[in-house]
Design a protein around this ligand. Structure first.
Ligand SMILES: CC(C)(COP(=O)(O)OP(=O)(O)OC[C@H]1O[C@@H](n2cnc3c(N)ncnc32)[C@H](O)[C@@H]1OP(=O)(O)O)[C@@H](O)C(=O)NCCC(=O)NCCS
Length: 221
């Protein structure tokens, strides 16, 4: 797949030594700046090799897709990486999440993230993903701007949920609904109908308003 106004996105299925070295260079540079991509510190080459092997194992199992960008062309270095991954839990397995999207600090501001994110979203849609989710550390405003520009909407926030040492930040939760209006499913939202439903005894009063379990049905039909 080719980004609309950028370099072609390459879908990674295997990693030779060059790819492993590029992945380490990229992750290490992002983490040297304290990047919010899942590590607590700068990982060693052995740690990024193990991480990449795990990710590619997931690709081989059909559980995720990894996109990379080499702005210098086919033989150039990988400057951006990101992936979407199906949810594992069977009852939510029609959905997927965007994980660990990152651009090398020296290559930022050139729309690489925008191109890669657009390709990940298009690819997830083509694979039948219904809703894409992702989460962002509450202090990562560049990432929030990126996702909001791509159409993601905030659906929740876990206050001071991300912990690094003695510091805490919100986890901001984003979603992008990829379903079309005529999607052939019955949407019940939070109504107590269908498999797994239960009702409350008349003597029990639900809280109402924001944060209530009785939030209305989702947007759409
Ligand atoms: C967030 C990140 C991926 C953006 O990469 P990038 O290649 O510089 O982003 P792009 O140049 O493609 O910018 C795309 C859009 O993102 C937004 N954006 C990116 N950086 C921004 C910044 N510093 N300030 C404001 N908006 C920003 C803008 O909306 C921008 O579009 P626009 O310039 O047309 O308005 C990059 O900063 C990064 O790797 N950060 C560390 C890892 C990380 O936090 N990943 C996200 C984890 S949830």
């Amino acid at each position: 797949m080719t980004g609309a106004d950028g370099p072609p996105v390459e879908w990674l299925a295997a990693a030779d030594d060059g790819v492993r070295a590029d992945a380490h260079r990229l992750v290490a540079a992002v983490m040297e700046l304290g990047g919010a991509v899942g590590w607590l510190g700068v990982p060693s080459r052995a740690e990024t090799d193990e991480w990449l092997a795990g990710v590619l194992g997931s690709v081989a199992a059909g559980r995720c897709r990894v996109g990379v960008l080499r702005p210098g062309g086919g033989a150039g270095r990988i400057e951006a990486i990101g992936r979407w991954s199906w949810y594992d839990k069977p009852t939510v397995a029609v959905n997927a999440e965007i994980l660990q999207l990152m651009v090398h600090p020296a290559a930022r501001g050139r729309r690489l993230a925008r191109v890669l994110l657009a390709a990940l979203v298009a690819d997830a849609r083509a694979h039948g993903v219904e809703t894409l989710t992702l989460d962002v550390r509450g202090n990562n405003h560049a990432a929030m701007a990126l996702y909001e520009r791509a159409g993601f909407e905030v659906y929740g926030r876990l206050p001071d949920f991300v912990g690094v040492g003695a510091e805490r930040w919100d986890r901001v939760l984003y979603r992008l609904d990829l379903r079309k209006g005529d999607y052939p499913v019955r949407r019940h939202g939070s109504r107590p109908v269908g498999a797994g439903s239960s009702t409350v005894r008349p003597s029990v009063r639900h809280r109402t308003g924001p944060g209530s379990a009785l939030a209305g049905p989702p947007d759409g039909p």
